[in-house]
Design a protein around this ligand. Structure first.
Ligand SMILES: [Zn+2]
Length: 212
């Protein structure tokens, strides 16, 4: 399992690993052309990039718009039979992680005999990391869809884009055809040993607060 613990380690790693996030190298069937998405920057907060782990975070506060933005993307690619991927990015202060917005990385949607997958290449990851650094934000959670059951596969473990201890990974079932519903979403959290651990529904209810 290759999980770096900080943005900088990620940046360094990107130069040597170009297949981060790749589930399948055989086919590239579709592409999401959303290259402008990341360029629409929020106000230029720059500077402080204190690397504070997410391990101590007891609550993730998530604007409904960020939830909906990712869900709409997952549903849209799902209608064509593809998995999709989105991120919640924001800040951490003490025990509270505050999501500022969603990011939809440029991604290759993959379908092959082995199944479906989604790939974010190293160039895009580099661009995301630079953008996050410039804006004083970090990846708090990754969200991706599955054709049917929601669970963290071995590939999901290995190629997670969220790499900080305490990060969340959400898996949305049924190509996100349903409404946004955390009770139907599998939620995992990266522990100190680098393992993605399932979070119980009871804990999810405490951990993730969606705000309007
Ligand atoms: Zn998966």
């Amino acid at each position: 399992m290759a999980i770096a613990s900080s943005l900088w380690r990620r940046l360094v790693a990107l130069y040597s690993r170009t297949n981060l996030g790749q589930r399948d190298q055989s086919n590239t069937d579709a592409r999401v052309p959303n290259s402008n998405e990341l360029l629409r920057l929020p106000d230029g907060r720059s500077g402080s990039t204190q690397v504070i782990g997410l391990a101590a975070v007891e609550r993730f506060v998530v604007p409904r718009a960020a939830v909906n933005d990712v869900h709409e993307h997952l549903a849209e690619v799902g209608r064509s039979g593809y998995e999709g991927l989105g991120l919640w990015v924001g800040t951490v202060a003490a025990e509270i992680a505050t999501v500022e917005r969603a990011l939809i990385p440029q991604q290759r949607l993959i379908r092959s005999a082995a199944g479906v997958g989604v790939h974010v290449d190293g160039t895009e990851l580099h661009r995301i990391n630079m953008w996050l650094f410039d804006n004083g934000l970090r990846i708090l959670a990754q969200i991706h869809s599955h054709p049917s059951d929601a669970y963290h596969s071995d590939t999901d473990d290995e190629y997670a884009l969220a790499t900080a201890v305490g990060s969340l990974s959400l898996v949305v079932p049924d190509f996100a055809t349903g409404p946004t519903d955390l009770s139907q979403t599998a939620v995992y959290r990266l522990d100190k040993a680098g393992k993605w651990m399932a979070v119980s529904q009871e804990t999810v209810n405490r951990l993730i607060e969606i705000v309007d």
